[in-house]
Design a protein around this ligand. Sequence first.
Ligand SMILES: [Zn+2]
Length: 233
Amino acid sequence: MVYRRRSASDILKKLREEILSIRRIRVYPDPILRKKCRKVKRIDDKIIRIANDLKETMLAAGGVGLAANQIGELSRIITLHIPEEKKPWVLINPEIISKKGSRDVLEGCLSFPGYEGLVKRSVSVSARWLDLNKSLYKVTKEELFAQALEHEIDHLNGILYTDHLLEHEKLKQAGLKQDQPHLHDVDMKIIAHKEQDEPSEIVESKLNFSKLYSDSSISQMQYDLFNEGFLEN
Ligand SMILES: [Zn+2]
């Protein structure tokens, strides 16, 4: 077996590529999270670059999945990294063909850092997609893989997991983290004017905090949103 020692410049080059690939993850209520992504027509250099950046950003953030609009790209690309699997997946134009069953799961999202909530997801999900070599995949998955497929494909359609949150009573029934402090709904106008070419709009007028768990407080969330320019004084 031949071992090739990597030169310092090789290592630096690789490091630079990795650093450049890591993009800012858009957080709620960034309006791009509500945009529908467009189907990829041709897997060209630009698409390969976006897919690579998406993968590197997801891995750096320690996420299970990431969708292209979360890094500001409106193409139907998602990446997944299931903890017990070594290799991350790149999915181009992923589509759900069929779903079976229903279960309640606790879920979070890199675009809502610090929060999680209970949602209904399918027990098994059949989906198809292309990889970067245009090979067609048709798979049926369960557990975290199925949940991640539903969560990330939702993102491509502008749907967030907070749209699926179950009632607070359900949270109690499921007996999850009952002893944790819970939050209450608050009326707050969230203004989104993050894109230069777009007028500002009210994205949300009420936040269903009571359906979310968080280690941080509402005043911290309000402070964060205010600093980001999403909240009116
Ligand atoms: Zn997400």
